[in-house]
Design a protein around this ligand. Structure first.
Ligand code: ZN
Length: 460
């Protein structure tokens, strides 16, 4: 199956052609580990997980690298403001190392809850300080860096097509609009490669370098880690659309300045989630974590289902109502397939239609529509189930586990079910209905079918 992906670099959908025959080098910009991720932070990892699953069913071996930013990401995406980890440290009284450790665990737990396969390699920024200094030294030797009072900066005017991924050449650069105003910089788009530690404070995280005590600029890590693990040029680079104007142009500029080559061939960007039309923010109360959704009775799989109903390049307007609808939709699938029996055979045409959809720039919404088509089709139940489970290898909705779980009926409910069977044998419909109500109160649904009474208990 040909995989087609929308490449932000060429601004069109292209057939995916890897550098090596059956291998893919994939890099994803990871989280800054200073707080609980909100669901909007987690959403892209579901999408890139689907991308990996689509590549996997096409027999590609994937080397996936992700950074964990534990130093150097300032409160502004430009090079001013406080280091996010330092700020969290000041607010909580823990040191920056403890904060990073804790939130890396939270992030990995969230990935696991959402059934997201972990990357082949996670790299912490603080694990590759030596390599970042070496990389920056090459930039310095080649004449790309200059010094101002708070750090070493990259002179973007030295890159002929700087910002090509965002068409920045066509955007009038207003100082203070895209990046913070800094009178010492030569060009508004110049950015810090190495920041100096403040003279009046000792940071938890700071290192000696040829330019003085300090820490790496935020963009440096991705250039260094991707090259270290995947080589000068690799296949796919993924990240959020917010990276199109600052972070990715800067990553590319650094990498191209060092290697003289394009950093990655395909650049994929996801749109964002809004919460009832507003940006997710703590101050507005629109900052929702996965843990909070769970406490409200929502399954992480319902959240995954909701994300898959949308195309990743279209913004998603999140609300608890839409999440509830997604959870209901997922329940309906479980209810439909729970009594299909054993998987055997396939629904070939629909399977092909499904692979076609998800291989076409990850059209998971269409993929889910095909799944519904399978349920509604005239194929044998066993073939339907086999196909749905195969589709689920891409969707990652843990359907097998959810079905198994739904078939697990408590002993208390089993006794009531037996009583109901007896009541029905005796044509005692009143008692049968009362027992059904009892079962409903326990969360058990009972269906009277030609093959007799059947029960499921959908639990997330
Ligand atoms: Zn990055």
């Amino acid at each position: 199956m040909n995989i087609r992906l929308y490449n932000s670099l060429t601004k069109q959908k292209e057939e995916f052609k890897p550098i090596k025959k059956k291998e893919v080098g994939l890099y994803t910009c990871g989280p800054t580990v200073y707080d609980y991720p909100h669901i909007g932070n987690l959403m892209p990892y579901i999408i890139w997980d689907v991308l990996k699953r689509v590549l996997k069913i096409n027999k590609y071996k994937i080397k996936h690298v992700m950074n964990l930013t534990d130093v150097g990401h300032l409160t502004s995406d430009a090079d001013d403001g406080e280091d996010k980890l330092v700020k969290a440290s000041r607010e909580t009284g823990q040191n920056a190392w403890q904060i990073a450790e804790f939130f890396i665990k939270v992030f990995r737990n969230n990935l696991c809850s959402l059934n997201i396969d972990e990357p082949s390699k996670f790299l912490r920024v603080t694990d590759v300080i030596k390599e970042q200094i070496e990389f920056a030294s090459i930039l310095d030797k080649k004449g790309y860096l200059y010094k101002i009072s708070d750090g070493m900066y990259f002179d973007t005017s030295k890159i002929k097509d700087y910002g090509k991924i965002a068409n920045l050449a066509n955007v009038e650069l207003k100082e203070g609009a895209r990046v913070a105003k800094n009178n010492e910089k030569k060009n508004p788009s110049d950015f810090a490669v190495w920041k100096f530690s403040p003279e009046d404070k000792i940071r938890d995280m700071e290192w000696e370098s040829p330019w003085g005590l300090g820490f790496p600029g935020w963009h440096l890590e991705c250039s260094v880690m991707s090259r270290l693990e995947l080589g000068d040029t690799f296949d796919i680079h993924t990240g959020g659309m917010d990276h199109l104007t600052v972070h990715h142009p800067n990553e590319m500029a650094q990498s191209e300045a060092v290697t003289g080559k394009l950093q990655a061939n395909y650049w994929l960007h996801n749109a964002f989630i809004k919460y009832e039309g507003a940006k997710m923010s703590k101050s507005k109360g629109t900052f929702v974590t996965l843990e909070e959704l769970r406490a409200k009775g929502f399954s992480p799989m319902a959240f995954r289902f909701l994300i898959l109903q949308n195309h990743y390049r279209k913004p998603l307007n999140f609300s608890l109502t839409s999440l509830q609808a997604a959870q209901n939709g997922l329940e309906a699938i479980i209810r439909a397939i729970a009594f299909y029996g054993k998987p055997k055979g396939n629904c070939k045409e629909l399977e092909e239609e499904f692979y076609e959809a998800v291989s076409n720039d990850l059209n998971t919404a269409k993929g889910l529509a095909v799944l519904q088509k399978v349920i509604d089709s005239d194929y044998k139940n066993s073939a339907k189930l086999a196909t749905i489970y195969k589709m689920n290898e891409v969707l990652g909705l843990r359907l097998e586990g959810l079905v198994k779980n739904a078939m697990d009926i408590s002993d208390e409910a089993k006794i009531i079910l037996e009583e109901r069977l007896k009541a029905r044998d005796n044509k005692d419909w009143e008692r049968s209905d009362k027992l059904r109500d009892k079962l409903t109160a326990l969360g058990v649904e009972v269906h009277d079918t030609p093959e007799g009474q059947k029960a499921i208990h959908i639990k997330f």
